[in-house]
Design a protein around this ligand. Sequence first.
Ligand SMILES: [Zn+2]
Ligand SMILES: [Zn+2]
Ligand SMILES: [Zn+2]
Length: 69
Amino acid sequence: MNTTCFDCSAELDHCHGSLVVHVDMAVECTEPGCVDLHVARHTLALVRCEDVDSACTCVVVAHELLIAS
Ligand SMILES: [Zn+2]
Ligand SMILES: [Zn+2]
Ligand SMILES: [Zn+2]
């Protein structure tokens, strides 16, 4: 991949995926090959899993809690 990413040209260890933060604070990366979920390696904004298009089980649980209350 030939991009103009600054970190790439600097050969820094980083990731182009988005960090997804789940309701239980578990962190996931959208990049399948991502091996290190440290925030510092990710230049893109953190997103909450409920804001991601693909439905996460966290959101289902949250909805069930709403219904139960
Ligand atoms: Zn890069
Ligand atoms: Zn989630
Ligand atoms: Zn990543």
